[in-house]
Design a protein around this ligand. Structure first.
Ligand code: MIC
Ligand code: SF4
Length: 640
C-alpha cells in the first residue's frame, strides 16, 4: 500500500491497533522531552511509579520556562530536575541553555523517530521529519518507562505548498494563513503533512516555525518530508549521521488536501486574543506599538534573528517602543555574536533577555497597561502576557522588526529595505558540552527536593452515583491558560498542587475556588474545543484536586482530554448541543456511571426531572482508568 510520511512512521512504531482514523493506536516512543514547568510533575509521577532507568533511546529534561529565580521555588525545582535526570538516565539541559524545542531541533531530533514531550509545541521537531507530539507529563513518564503511547489514529491532511514566498512574507505568515483558514480547532484529530514543490524552498528552521504553530490548529502534529534541506541542516549541526530521507509515496492517500500558493502569502498578524483572528498587517496600518518581543519556540532561530538584524542595521527603534529579544538557544546567540548581528540589535536599542521562554509565558517582559505588543510568539490568549488588558498581536520576525523601527504597524508596501532570504549561518558552534549527560552508575545520586515540591496525594475512585453542581458555565475555545493561568507567580507553584489549585479559573471567575470548596465535588460545563492550548496537566490535576469529577463540553481539545482521563475526570459531550442552553451554573445534575462502557449514552437528570443525554468516545481502558481514579492508580494496580 502507498503510504504518506505519517503512515510510514506510525507503521514502523505500531505496537497495537489499526491505522484507521478514529481507532485507538499504541505507538513505541523513541524519544521524550520535558520542560521544567510540566517536568517536575512528570518526574514526581515517575517517582510515584517506583521505576528504575528510562527505557527510551533518548530522554531530555530542559529548563526553560521558570527561569526567573525570585525566591527558592524555581531554583529548587531546577535542582530537583537535575538530580532526577542524573538518577534515571536522562540528559539535563540547564536554565539559560535555550528553549526546549529549539534545542531539541538543533541537538537531538531525528527524521523518522517518534517523540513525545510534555509541552504542546513538541511538534516543532516535525520540521526535521520526526513524528513529534505534545502530551501530558504522566503520558511522557509512562513513555520513559517503555510503555506504548496510545492515541486516536488521526486523519492526515496534505498541505500542498506551491510557488515560493515573495517580498516580506515569511514562514510565520504561512502558518498564520492556515490558522485564518482553518481556525484554532480546524486541526483537531488530524496531522498536517506538508508536501509539494514549495517544500524545497523552505529551510528546516522555517519548516519548524510552521510545525510549531500547528499546535494552535489543535492538530495532533505537523510534519515535513526529510530531504536535502534536512541533510544540510543536520550537517551544519554536526549530525549528518542522523539524516534519513523520508518522503510520501507517490499517489499516497490523504483525508483532505489544502493547496497554498506561497507566492500569494502576505505579512499577516493574529489579533488579540486568539491565534486565528488573522488579518493582513496592511489592515493594521497606523496602530501604535508599545512593545515588540522577538523569540519563543516559534521564531527564535538564527534564520529569524538575522532577518531582524538586517532590518535594524544602522537604525534605532522608535522612542515609544520597547524591543525585547530572547534567542532560542546559546548556539543561536553565539552565531548572532559571531556575525556581528547581536551588536546591530543592541545598538538599535534592543534588550537582550535570556535564551528561554520568557515573555511568551508571562515570565517577565509584560506589556504596559492596555499596551499593544507585537510578538513573534504562537499564543496571544487574554492575560497570558502577564498584563490582563495587554493587546498581543502575533507576527513574523520581519513584521516585528518593522514595528520596532517605526513604533507602529505600517503597510508592508512602504517597507523599503532589501532583505536577503532567511539563511543558515556558515558554521554553527556546538553547545553539546553544556548539557549534563547522566552517569552510567547512578547509585550515589541523591534526589534533591525543596519545601515547594509536594509529593502527589492519591485520588479516590469515581463513585457510581454522581450528584454534582455545575460549578461554572463557560463558552467556546476555553484555553488551559483560562483554566490554570501561567505567569511568574503561579507557574512557580507547578510542583505544589494544593497551592496552585487556589488559582484555578481565577482570570475568568474570582469566586470559582470558593464555590468548589463549598461544594466539595462538581462539574464544569463548557462549549466547543474545551482545553485548547498548553499541555499543562495542572489544568486537569488542579481542578480534580478541587473536586471536579466531570467536564461536560460540546467538544474537547486532544491533549487536555487525555489529561482529564489521566486524572480520573470524566469527559462527556452533549448528545444534543442545544442542551447547553438548558444548563446553568448552580444546577445539579445526577449521573449514574455504573454501566459506563464504550459507546454508551449516559443520562444526566436535573433536579426538576429533566433528562440530558451525555455521550463519550472513551475506550474500555480509558473508562477503567477513570473509574479507578486516574492513570497513576491504574498503573499501580497493574504493578501489584
Ligand atoms: C505554553 O506555551 O503554554 C507552555 C507553557 O509551553 C505549555 C506548557 C506549560 O504550561 O508548562 C505548553 O504549551 O504545553
Ligand atoms: Fe516556551 Fe512559549 Fe514555546 Fe511554550 S510556546 S514552549 S512558553 S516559548
Amino acid at each position: 500500500m502507498k503510504k504518506n510520511i505519517t503512515q510510514k512512521i506510525i507503521a514502523a512504531h505500531l505496537m497495537d491497533g489499526e491505522m484507521i482514523p478514529g481507532h485507538e493506536i499504541a505507538l513505541k516512543i523513541d524519544q521524550t522531552l520535558t520542560q521544567d514547568a510540566t517536568g517536575t510533575m512528570a518526574y514526581l509521577q515517575w517517582e510515584a511509579m517506583d521505576l528504575s532507568r528510562v527505557k527510551t533511546e533518548l530522554s531530555v529534561s530542559y529548563v526553560d520556562h521558570n527561569t526567573l529565580q525570585m525566591g527558592f521555588r524555581n531554583p529548587d525545582d531546577h535542582r530537583y530536575l537535575r538530580s532526577v535526570a542524573a538518577k534515571y538516565g536522562i540528559i539535563f539541559s540547564p536554565p539559560g541553555t535555550g528553549i526546549c524545542h529549539q534545542l531539541h531541533l538543533e541537538n537531538f531530533a531525528i527524521p523518522g523517530k517518534t517523540l513525545i514531550g510534555s509541552d504542546s509545541h513538541t511538534p516543532t521537531a516535525g520540521g526535521i521529519g520526526s513524528l513529534a507530539m505534545g502530551a501530558g507529563g504522566l503520558s511522557v513518564a509512562l513513555a520513559m518507562a517503555g510503555e506504548a503511547y496510545t492515541l486516536t489514529m488521526p486523519q492526515i491532511f496534505s498541505i500542498r505548498l506551491e510557488g515560493s514566498l515573495q517580498g516580506y512574507a515569511s514562514a510565520k505568515d504561512i502558518i498564520l494563513h492556515l490558522l485564518g483558514l482553518l481556525s484554532v480547532k480546524g486541526g483537531v484529530g488530524a496531522v498536517m503533512e506538508y508536501s509539494g514543490p514549495g517544500v524545497n524552498t523552505l529551510s528546516v528552521p522555517e519548516r519548524a516555525t510552521i510545525t510549531n504553530m500547528g499546535a494552535e490548529l489543535g492538530a495532533t502534529t505537523s510534519i515535513f518530508p526529510s530531504d536535502e534541506q534536512t541533510r544540510v541542516f543536520l550537517a551544519l549541526m554536526g549530525r549528518e549521521h542522523d539524516y534519513l530521507p523520508l518522503q510520501a509515496d507517490h499517489g499516497a492517500h490523504y483525508d483532505r488536501e489544502i493547496v497554498i500558493d506561497l507566492s500569494t502569502i502576505v505579512p499577516l498578524a493574529a489579533q488579540p486574543h486568539m491565534p486565528d483572528l488573522v488579518v493582513p498587517v496592511a489592515e493594521l496600518d497606523g496602530l501604535a506599538v508599545d512593545q515588540v518581543a522577538i523569540g519563543s519556540c516559534t521564531n527564535s532561530s538564527y534564520a529569524d534573528l538575522q532577518q531582524v538584524a538586517q532590518i535594524l542595521t544602522g537604525e534605532h527603534i522608535a522612542d515609544n517602543t520597547d524591543l525585547l529579544l530572547s534567542p532560542g538557544s546559546k548556539q543561536v546567540l553565539k552565531m548572532l555574536m559571531a556575525q556581528g548581528f547581536l551588536d546591530t540589535i543592541l545598538d538599535a536599542g534592543g534588550r537582550l533577555l535570556e535564551c528561554a521562554c520568557g515573555p511568551c509565558i508571562g515570565m517577565g517582559g509584560s506589556p504596559q497597561s492596555s499596551g499593544v505588543s507585537a510578538r513573534t510568539f504562537n499564543r496571544n490568549f487574554e492575560g497570558r502576557s502577564g498584563t490582563l488588558d495587554g493587546q498581543v498581536y502575533l507576527v513574523s520576525p520581519i513584521t516585528a522588526a518593522f514595528c520596532a523601527l517605526q513604533g507602529k504597524f505600517t503597510n508592508p508596501a512602504t517597507w523599503n529595505k532589501t532583505l536577503s532570504k532567511p539563511s543558515l549561518p556558515p558554521t554553527a558552534p556546538s553547545i553539546r558540552h553544556l548539557f549534563s549527560f547522566p552517569p552510567e552508575d547512578d547509585s550515589s545520586v541523591q534526589i534533591l527536593r525543596g519545601p515547594n515540591i509536594v509529593p502527589l496525594t492519591a485520588f479516590d475512585p469515581l463513585p457510581n452515583n454522581l450528584d454534582l453542581p455545575v460549578l461554572i458555565k463557560l463558552g467556546d475555545n476555553i484555553t488551559t491558560d483560562h483554566i490554570m493561568p501561567a505567569g511568574a507567580a503561579i507557574t512557580a507553584l507547578r510542583s505544589n498542587i494544593p497551592a496552585i489549585s487556589r488559582h484555578v479559573f481565577e482570570r475568568v471567575d474570582q469566586d470559582f475556588v470558593h464555590r468548589a470548596d463549598k461544594a466539595n465535588q462538581g462539574l464544569v460545563l463548557a462549549g466547543e474545543n474545551y482545553g485548547q492550548g498548553s499541555s499543562r496537566e495542572h489544568a486537569a490535576l488542579a481542578p480534580r484536586h478541587l473536586g471536579v469529577r466531570v467536564v461536560v463540553a460540546k467538544s474537547f481539545a486532544r491533549i487536555h482530554k487525555a489529561n482529564l482521563i489521566n486524572f480520573g475526570i470524566l469527559p462527556l459531550t452533549l448528545a444534543n448541543p442545544l442542551d447547553y442552553n438548558i444548563l446553568a451554573q448552580g444546577d445539579r445534575l445526577s449521573i449514574n456511571v455504573h454501566d459506563l462502557a464504550p459507546a454508551t449514552i449516559l443520562h444526566g437528570t436535573l433536579t426538576n426531572g429533566q433528562s440530558i443525554a451525555l455521550q463519550h468516545d472513551l475506550t474500555a481502558t480509558e473508562i477503567a482508568i477513570i473509574k479507578v481514579g486516574g492513570l497513576l492508580n491504574w498503573v499501580k494496580s497493574k504493578q501489584k
